[in-house]
Design a binder for this molecule. Structure first.
Ligand SMILES: [Mg+2]
Length: 190
């Protein structure tokens, strides 16, 4: 049976944090870099409210052309997963930014089956019961690991590097490592 695979957008395909750093540095005379964000609650690192952080993220998406891809040739790399099942883009993006996210995916010719927006990037995603989640959200991975079904691929970022190992959650540094893990996970399924 083909697997149902969920691929996250921010922090896994789109390097949204790059323009976010630039905007915060310009506005707040801060000196933030991607490496500054060593915890999931990025707003605490940036010294702003959660609201302002998410507003800035949305703003970054309104200028989607300034958001670089996280790696080169993502279209080829994501395309390899199609061999193992359906590949949906599953994101907690706000409704207002969805058209921009879709334009970005089109610009980089990322192949996918469905674009799925969830109300949040943790419980809302877990509720969809995908067989495999490729995501940078360690809290989502904890939910996946706590269930009997499903696996996760944690795409390593400064904000998730320090999380403890979890059952059925595989850590990768780069997209090139993902197909081998997907192969292992999908052939192990009953
Ligand atoms: Mg993400």
């Amino acid at each position: 049976m083909p697997a149902r695979i969920a691929v996250d957008l921010d922090g896994v395909l789109a390097d949204t944090i790059v323009p976010v750093c630039r905007m915060l540095n310009e506005r707040r005379a801060a000196k933030l870099s991607v490496e500054s964000f060593v915890q999931w609650n990025a707003w605490e690192i940036a010294g702003i409210t959660k609201d302002e952080f998410f507003r800035t993220l949305d703003e970054a998406w309104f200028s989607w052309k300034d958001i670089p891809p996280i790696e080169e040739n993502l279209n080829v790399k994501v395309g390899r997963l199609g061999e193992y099942g359906t590949v949906d883009i599953v994101t907690g993006r706000s409704p207002a930014t969805v058209p921009h996210a879709k334009s970005w995916l089109q610009e980089y010719a990322i192949p996918f089956d469905s674009f799925v927006r969830t109300s949040d990037s943790t419980k809302g995603k877990a509720r969809l019961n995908y067989d495999l989640y490729v995501d940078d959200n360690a809290e989502l991975m904890a939910l996946v690991a706590s269930r009997l079904h499903g696996s996760g691929i944690l795409y390593l970022q400064p904000w998730n590097r320090n999380t403890t190992p979890m059952p059925r959650v595989y850590r990768v540094e780069r997209w090139d490592e993902i197909p081998a893990v997907v192969e292992r996970v999908t052939t192990a399924r009953i």
